[in-house]
Design a protein around this ligand. Structure first.
Ligand code: FAS
Ligand code: PHB
Length: 393
């Protein structure tokens, strides 16, 4: 088999890239080691920056997001029961975010790819990139006991944090930066009406909580829990009682509880690999970086990487601009590090690390400082809605 770009990973990054390349007449084959249903069963992100929404429209996969996504012009930060509204649109000259689940995005992109009849292999085992530093890289994989080879011009490593692409780069050619947090997020999805229209990021003496949603009928909640916490120790009732204790009184009083559709504990880490490329292989999204979800940046940084690679490859194939290939990592990393810093900052200010320690008191003071005036809230708002994408000249 031969194609122009092999995309390893059929999560949002791989699917969005494949769709955008297709719209420019660039062929790709997408590989994933699991099934589409398994990918759709992973409950993850919920907040989409405008840059991501624009790419979905450019990919021709935005109809449902436009119809069902909720445009939000504010978020609430509740500190020990007191609300502080972050008026995103007013503070940023009109920028907003869209609340629309990653599962829906992935489904929309899968349907768009299928409708275009683009090739791909799910259940692809032992996927391996080869000869990335030559002009003729290729990828091998096994399917139903048969080994396949796909020759290509470029490899897009969209295979997430636990994928095969980043580890295939020689250790002396890559540097990794990591910070692991001493807690995780226990998430719960339920078919109950959300407690609030705007998202609520709540800091309390008992720990952080987040009230989000997937629609007017489906809620998504998170609780900060110690890393050692076991999912089986968290009944639905225990989750709902703990959430009420971390929310402002009015929200706790009106919270509608119900049976969980999904519950999971996600560890929190900040991670960046540098550079995000090796020869003709490019790391995209979680394959190259991870952020704690407090800033709603993980999925959105994947989208900005996709934007950079898509625009570079369009100029390579359309104008012979192969000079741009060497700039992929540098361009992506500028926005990635901004996202890593913002996500760390939000996590640091809103979570409890060591109670009543000097560090915790300083965190409280930093949060109070940045919530105190519109100019300071603007610093948070501009990063939450997403910094602009860099032009590819
Ligand atoms: P993904 O991990 O989504 O997709 C990678 C794909 O590659 C997968 O389908 C996998 O099966 C495939 N793959 C892996 N290894 C392979 C191999 N060897 N061969 C073939 N295929 C392979 N972000 C937010 O903004 N907000 C959140 O609330 C949030 N919550 C999260 C919760 C969890 C538990 C996790 C893990 C992440 C969360 N994220 C959140 C971040 C998440 O949304 C990611 O940023 C997003 O999934 C990134 O998309 P991809 O880069 O496509 O990687
Ligand atoms: C979500 O809805 O899953 C979500 C929203 C905002 C975040 C993190 C997760 O910051």
């Amino acid at each position: 088999m031969k194609t122009q770009v092999v995309i390893i990973g059929s999560g949002p990054a791989g699917l969005l890239l494949g769709q955008l390349l297709h719209r420019q007449g660039i062929d790709s084959v997408i590989l994933d080691r699991v099934t589409p249903d398994y990918i759709l069963g992973r409950i993850r992100a919920g907040v989409i920056e405008n840059g991501f929404a624009r790419l979905m429209r450019e990919a021709g996969a935005a109809a449902r997001m436009t119809a069902e996504g909720e445009v939000h012009d504010a978020v609430e930060i509740a500190v020990h029961g007191v609300y502080h509204k972050i008026d995103l649109a007013a503070l940023t000259g009109g920028a907003t975010v869209t609340v629309y689940g990653q599962t829906e995005i992935t489904q929309d992109l899968m349907q768009a790819r299928a409708a275009a009849g683009l090739p791909g292999f799910y259940g692809a085992e032992n996927v391996r990139p080869h000869d990335m530093t030559t002009d003729h890289p290729y990828v091998t994989f096994e399917k139903d006991g048969v080994t396949h080879r796909i020759d290509c011009d470029y490899i897009a490593g969209c295979d997430g944090f636990h994928g095969v692409c980043r580890p295939s780069i020689p250790k002396h050619k890559i540097r990794e930066y990591e910070r692991v947090y001493p807690f995780g997020w226990l998430g719960l999805l339920a078919d109950t009406p959300p407690v609030n229209y705007e998202l609520i990021y709540a800091k309390s003496d008992r720990g952080f909580a987040l009230c989000s949603k997937r629609s007017a009928r489906r809620s998504r909640y998170y609780l900060q829990v110690p890393l050692a916490e076991k999912l089986e120790d968290w009944s639905d009732d225990r989750f709902w009682e703990e959430l009420k204790r971390r929310l402002p009184a009015d929200a706790a009083a009106r919270l509608v509880t119900g049976p969980s559709l999904e519950k999971s504990i996600a560890p929190l880490r900040s991670f960046v690999a540098e550079p995000l490329q090796y020869g003709r292989m490019f790391l995209v999204g979680d394959a190259g970086h991870i952020v704690p979800p407090t800033g709603a940046k993980g999925l959105n940084l994947a989208a900005s990487d996709v934007n950079t690679l898509y625009r570079i490859l369009t100029k390579v194939y359309g104008q012979g601009r192969t000079d741009l290939l060497a700039r992929y990592s540098e361009i992506c990393l500028r926005r990635v590090w901004n996202g890593v810093r913002f996500s760390w900052w939000m996590t640091d200010m809103l979570h409890h690390f060591e109670r009543d320690s000097m560090e915790d008191k300083i965190r409280d003071s930093e949060l109070d400082f940045f919530l105190a005036t519109p100019d300071r809230r603007r610093i948070l708002a501009e990063q939450y809605v997403g910094l602009p994408y860099e032009e590819i000249e």
